[in-house]
Design a protein around this ligand. Structure first.
Ligand code: S3P
Length: 449
């Protein structure tokens, strides 16, 4: 039996029941991607970085613990307010024990990159979900940079031990998959290399690493490549200088109350300060094509990102085709989009979802199963997910969440508008990204118990 590493180690089933309209204003927690990067880049900076709005979810807390174990000082100074005293590029100290990333692929892969550029040896581990996810894809480019993976569990998985490069080599790298984690791992390792590290992506993925590196004073160039790609060039061995980080509200977390408001009749909800970085807003574009009205109130810039308050009211939706090139900009949103698609009239085909198979669970299968046990007609065809929406869901199913927070939240959202209640086997993993999810939804009127 693997350790679970959640806030609360007990399995906690939860059920969502059909409710009256969801109403009110709420702010979802800070963006998970930016929160991880703020802690990691803060730790690679000489001096002190103040962070506000940090997501205090288990995944990010584990990254903070890893930064401490590697020699940085990481302190909580108030709600969402943290201070990191960094050790400088390539300045990590060898940790005394294995670094435990719990459920988090992002924390693990980004820190692998940061450690790969330091002359230290460290062991990486995680929970049963993270132990099942591929790490070879990150180790390959990091070995080209000069790191060595000395012990790796079967199939290129955790636990693994990596010896960082003594003399890191700058590389030109084309990731085999559209993955911001892979790109970021290479850029973080490239910080310690002399000369230019280049990542060429065929499909642009979220650019928070590039933006934050610049914010901390690194020289990063980004050029378009082809129709959807980018070439990112980082000048190595910068002295990163401390800079305050304000973390905007996470669009991937906003997705859950947003879809809930769309499918629960009579709902009218405002979500405050949601980040609208175009590499993250594929879900909003798709829902608008399905007929949703997502009103942006007071679009503004906060901490270098566009944000707005989003007003969402219940609406009738129709099925659409979601093109494969859109996947990187909504990669974490397919489970909850599939729920919206179930409540739409007609078929929604989501194309090109191969990467969903290597998330916290095999999310392609977990999403299809979640819908199927609740009476929805759904198919997987190659890497496509096809949902035949009937404008309603029977519900009545118990959803297996497979240690996957996004399956858990999506299933609960579905239950708020289904004919019969929808149960999940375990709500504990919601704490990895959205600790107050149930509380926030209940304050809007949701029946979760
Ligand atoms: C993330 C990248 C995405 C996403 C994950 C967060 C990041 O994974 O699924 O939740 O912060 O870099 P990819 O590596 O597949 O892009």
């Amino acid at each position: 039996m693997q350790p679970r590493h959640t806030v609360n180690d007990a399995v906690s089933p939860l059920t969502a029941r059909r409710t009256g309209p969801l109403c009110g204003r709420a702010r979802v927690p800070g963006d998970k991607s930016i929160s991880h990067r703020a802690l990691i880049l803060g730790a690679l900076t000489v001096g002190e970085t103040a962070i506000t709005g940090l997501l205090e979810g288990e995944d990010v807390i584990n990254t903070g613990r890893a930064m401490r174990a590697l020699g940085a000082t990481v302190e909580r100074t108030g709600e969402g307010a943290w201070r990191v005293h960094g050790v400088g590029v390539a300045g990590f100290a060898e940790p005394r024990a294995a670094l435990d990333f719990g459920n988090s692929g992002t924390g693990c892969r980004l820190v692998l990159g940061a450690v790969a550029g330091c002359p230290i040896t460290a062991t990486f581990d995680g929970d049963a979900s993270l132990r099942s996810r591929p790490m070879r894809r990150v180790l390959d480019p990091l070995e080209r940079i000069g790191a060595r993976a000395t012990l790796v569990a079967e199939g290129g998985r955790l636990p693994l031990t990596i010896a960082g490069a003594r003399d890191p080599i700058p590389i030109v790298y084309e990731p085999p998959a559209a993955s911001a984690q892979l790109k970021s791992a290479v850029l973080l390792a490239g910080l310690a290399a002399p000369g230019e590290t280049v990542v060429i992506e065929g499909e642009a993925t979220r650019d928070h690493t590039e933006r934050m590196l610049r914010h901390f004073g690194a020289d990063v160039r980004v050029e378009p490549v082809g129709a959807h790609g980018r070439r990112v060039t980082l000048k190595g061995q910068p002295e990163l200088t401390p800079a305050a980080v304000t973390v905007p509200a996470d669009p991937s977390s906003a997705a859950f109350p947003l879809v809930a408001a769309l499918i629960v009749p009579g709902s009218d909800v405002i979500l405050q300060g949601v980040m609208l970085n175009v590499l993250r807003t594929g879900l909003f574009a798709t829902l608008r094509e399905m007929g949703a009205v997502i009103e942006e109130i007071e679009r503004r810039n906060e901490g270098g990102e566009d944000v707005a308050d989003l007003r969402i009211r219940h609406a009738g939706l129709k099925g659409v085709e979601v093109p494969a090139p859109r996947a990187p900009s909504m990669i974490d949103e397919y489970p909850v989009l599939a729920v919206a698609a179930a409540f739409a009239a007609g078929t929604t085909r989501m194309r090109g979802l191969k990467e969903l198979r290597v998330k916290e669970s095999d999310r392609l299968v977990a999403t299809a199963d979640m819908l199927r046990v609740n009476g929805i007609d759904v198919e997987i065809e190659g890497d496509d997910l096809i949902v035949h929406g009937k404008g309603r869901a029977a519900g009545g199913g118990l959803v297996a969440t497979h240690m996957d927070h996004r399956i858990a939240m999506s299933a609960l959202v579905m239950g708020l508008a289904s004919d019969k209640p929808v149960g999940i086997d375990d709500a504990a993993f919601i704490a990895t990204s959205f600790p107050d999810f149930a509380g926030m939804m209940r304050r809007m009127g949701a029946d979760l118990s």
